[in-house]
Design a protein around this ligand. Structure first.
Ligand code: PHE
Length: 344
């Protein structure tokens, strides 16, 4: 009988399976109520006295071996199931990663940056919460200047309430240009893209939060014709249209100032609608930097001159993609955003 037990031990030790059901069947076969072990225990009485000790020890070895086997097989299989749960079938072909799309505002912003980077402009950024100096006063808009009304401003109460002036949400990225001039010596060629805020009613054409790109070029002998040529280069690159006109206008920080119109054409019904039948579209403001602004930023206006321009990114994006309502940009409607999937 001892020999029998030893051969059971051997087959228990060699046993293996990939199925949890079979492990359970194995357990019942050896350790169950009517299992092999209990059958041998029952025979204990019949064993001659002098063999009882060895018999007992061997039977215990078999019990231990079977219990160990059940335990280790269970662990092994549980581990395999867990691995599969996390990684699945490791030989399965991969699933394509879904690539998101850039927001149209980012796409157009990057396009504008690239056009100007190609003629030596760098990119500058500044804070969205500004002080009065950088958003207004340095730009030739002292306190009580009526032109402050051109840009309805959101004010932010000074958080420290320490008697210092209140802050504001910048109404244009010209504030970044002031910061740039304060910290850099001419020649300066920089564009400042960013988010701006104006207390305006939200409609299909305007929003209280939108984006701008403003440009600044300061060097010796910069003239209005440099400005015009730069604008023609820009509209040709971005829209493929080179016919522009400059309409006299007013900005406190530039003199002379102009509004830039681009000749869009009158080929389609949409062209008629968006240009109100004229073929012309206003796309930005510009002018020669007012000498007072240069002085405020510690640049000598006798030595240097410069031009500046500023445009709304939403407006440009609406023209490029024929988007009829500015609110689309902020609603995060996937049906809208997905249309820009293949564009970078
Ligand atoms: N800062 C002006 C605005 O936001 C745009 C502008 C910039 C006009 C530079 C002229 C020169 O309306």
């Amino acid at each position: 009988m001892i020999e029998e037990l030893k051969s059971h031990i051997k087959s228990v030790e060699e046993y293996t399976t990939q199925s949890l059901d079979e492990v359970e069947a194995f357990r019942i076969k050896y350790l169950g109520k009517k299992g092999i072990l209990n059958q041998y225990f029952a025979k204990f009485k019949e064993v001659p006295k002098e063999e009882k000790k060895t018999f007992g020890q061997t039977i215990n070895q078999l019990k231990q071996a079977a219990a160990n086997k059940v335990e280790s097989l269970k662990n092994e299989l549980a581990q395999q199931i867990e691995d599969k749960g996390i990684y699945g079938d490791l030989t399965r072909p991969g699933e394509p990663i879904e690539i998101g799309s850039r927001h149209p505002i980012s796409i157009v912003k990057n396009q504008i940056i690239e056009v100007f980077a190609n003629i030596g402009f760098n990119v500058s950024e500044g804070p969205e919460i500004e002080d009065d100096w950088h958003n207004f006063t340095a730009l030739n808009l002292p306190e009580y200047h009526p032109a402050r009304d051109m840009q309805d401003t959101f004010f932010v109460q000074n958080p420290q309430n320490d008697g210092n002036e209140d802050l504001l949400l910048r109404t244009h990225t010209s504030s970044v240009q002031v910061r740039y001039m304060e910290n850099n010596k001419p020649p300066i060629r920089t564009i400042s893209p960013g988010r701006v805020f104006r207390n305006e009613d939200i409609s299909a054409r305007s929003h209280c939060i939108f984006h701008q790109v403003e440009g600044l070029y300061i060097d010796k002998g910069v003239s209005f014709k440099d400005l015009k040529q730069t604008l023609i280069y820009f509209t040709t690159q971005l829209f493929g249209k080179s016919k522009i006109r400059l309409r006299p206008s007013y900005f406190p920080f530039t003199e002379p100032s102009a509004e830039v119109d681009i000749y869009w054409g009158l080929e389609t019904e949409t062209d008629y609608r968006i240009t109100k039948g004229t073929g012309w579209l206003e796309i930005m403001g510009c002018g020669m930097v007012d000498p007072n602004v240069l002085k405020n930023c510690k640049i000598d206006p006798k030595e240097y001159t410069g031009f500046a321009f500023g445009m709304g990114i939403e407006r440009i994006a609406m023209l490029l993609y024929q988007i009829g309502d500015i609110r689309m940009f902020y609603e995060n409607d996937l049906r809208f955003l997905k249309q820009f999937k293949s564009t970078f």
